[in-house]
Design a protein around this ligand. Structure first.
Ligand code: 2HG
Ligand code: ZN
Length: 464
């Protein structure tokens, strides 16, 4: 634990009342959406300015205090967990949208801006911020940058990385850097901005970000298609990819759909039951495109890849169809699921999924495996529900063996042990399944340059 006098010194760096040490705050700010770690930070500090963040970092270096960044704490990898007496730096009060530049189509934000706030702001100004996911109502831009967040529109718009045109950061040494200055073209050596994206707060803090915006999409239209088996999903993807500019291509299984239907607040897409479902979205900006989509649907039916399907005819129907996919994570959280977020190149997905599915069902035939994810990006979310009568500890002990099988298969297929949720604590000890030891040594060397005293989110991604 940190000395009382040291915490008193911290209080002088921020506004009165902006350091909290009460039990409820320590519990709330010491964790993210992962539930397996016990939060135990020493204090939570709420800076309001870049200068205050810099002062906190200099204080932490002087007293060798570990700092953990905190955004919306919706992460699923434990990157924002503080369980070793760290000081949590929350960006809740650095939540202003600072400046819109309509010519550059950029918006300068503080890191605590909530994703939805940015999306709404863009919309109010006739523009669009395309990075989107189920937790957009709570997640913050700083956290999205820290994890290089992905989500449901990556097939068209890419990850958060693609939308960051400039960053202001405070490094682990306490230096303030302006990275890339919002330029589109900038061929002046190493792009340090990119290093901070996906660094999970291990190099420093993002204190300002200029995000790019896009034109607003026209008449987004969604289709949900039932397929006779998993392998039919890939030809469906090819067929639609060849004809339309897809803005999303997702999938889920009948088990996932059954859990959504059991909620009672989401309409059934159609009566026919199929083992898998593809959800795709495109801009039906004119009749020609809508007709092309219908013709492609018919082609897929003729080929036997699709058994039934539905296309949204209104905004309300579009939203209802998306609920089938977007509500999954939250809905199944009730069954304390084992979760994994993995990826391979799109062409390898069928063999990869079948291999994992076979090994899990061979060893644990009674486990309910719920597959869903961003299949158009090669990103699968594997969720295994805990049987009601199995004690939590026993379930997680069994799942530890599942982890090993899954990551061995990931390695064999040259995939990633974390597609979009980050490494944090959850994946840290498995990093070598995706990154070579030499590569990890280079990463550690980079960290040492920006954070020589190891105060920035220590123990996340790797141990030094
Ligand atoms: C999603 O795509 C999120 O819904 C969460 O990334 C994934 O809960 C999960 O496994
Ligand atoms: Zn996802």
């Amino acid at each position: 634990m940190i000395d009382v006098a040291v915490i008193e010194a911290l209080k002088t760096l921020v506004e009165p009342g902006k350091v909290l040490t009460d039990a409820a705050s320590l519990e709330a700010y010491g964790k993210d959406w992962t539930r397996q770690y016990t939060p135990a930070p020493s204090a939570i500090v709420f800076p309001k300015t870049t200068e205050q963040v810099q002062a906190i970092v200099l204080w932490a270096n002087e007293h060798r205090v570990a700092l953990v960044p905190s955004g919306g704490r919706t992460g699923l990898s434990g990157a924002a967990v503080a369980m070793n007496g760290e000081v949590v730096v929350s960006f809740d009060y650095m939540n202003q949208i600072l400046e819109l530049n309509v010519t550059d189509r950029t918006v300068r934000c503080q890191p605590g801006v909530v994703t939805k706030q940015l999306q709404n702001f863009a919309e109010e100004n006739g523009l669009y911020y395309p990075v989107d996911f189920a937790s957009s109502g709570s997640s913050q831009i700083g956290g999205n940058i820290g994890t290089n967040a992905g989500g449901i529109k990556v097939i068209r718009y890419g990850m958060t990385r693609n939308w960051v045109s400039g960053l202001k950061v405070v490094t682990g040494k306490g230096d303030i850097l302006e990275l890339n200055k919002d330029l589109i073209k900038n061929a002046t050596g190493y792009d340090l901005r990119q290093l901070f994206i996906g660094a999970e707060g291990t190099l420093g803090f993002v204190v300002e970000a200029t995000m790019r915006l896009d034109r607003a999409p026209k008449n987004l239209t969604c289709m949900v298609l039932g397929t006779p088996d998993f392998d039919a999903i890939m030809p469906v993807l090819h067929a639609f990819h060849g004809k339309l500019d897809l803005t999303a291509f997702e999938f889920f299984s009948d088990k996932g759909l059954a859990r959504i239907m059991a909620r009672g607040d989401v309409p059934e897409p159609f009566a026919t039951k199929t083992p898998f479902y593809a959800l795709l979205e495109f801009e039906a900006s004119n009749d020609e495109i809508a007709n092309e989509a219908l013709a492609t649907f018919e082609h897929c039916v003729e080929q036997g890849w699709v058994i039934d399907g539905v296309m949204s005819q209104s905004q309300q129907q579009l939203q209802n169809l998306w609920k089938l996919r977007e509500y999954l994570s939250e809905t199944i959280s009730h069954w304390t699921p084992y979760k994994n977020d993995i990826s391979v190149t799109v062409s390898k997905v069928p063999a990869f999924l079948n291999e994992i599915d076979a090994i899990v069902s061979e060893h644990y035939p009674d486990f309910e495996v719920v597959w869903y994810g961003h299949i158009g990006d090669g990103n699968l979310h594997l969720n295994i529900l805990k049987p009601e009568d199995l004690p939590k500890e026993e379930f997680f002990a069994k799942c530890a063996t599942v982890n090993k099988w899954v990551f061995e298969i990931v390695e064999k297929y040259n995939g990633s042990i974390s597609a979009e949720h980050g490494v944090g604590l959850v994946k840290r000890d498995y990093l070598e399944y995706s990154r070579s030891p030499v590569e990890i040594d280079y990463m550690k060397a980079v960290k040492a340059v920006f954070d020589p005293n190891g105060i920035m989110n220590p123990g996340k991604i790797f141990t030094v």
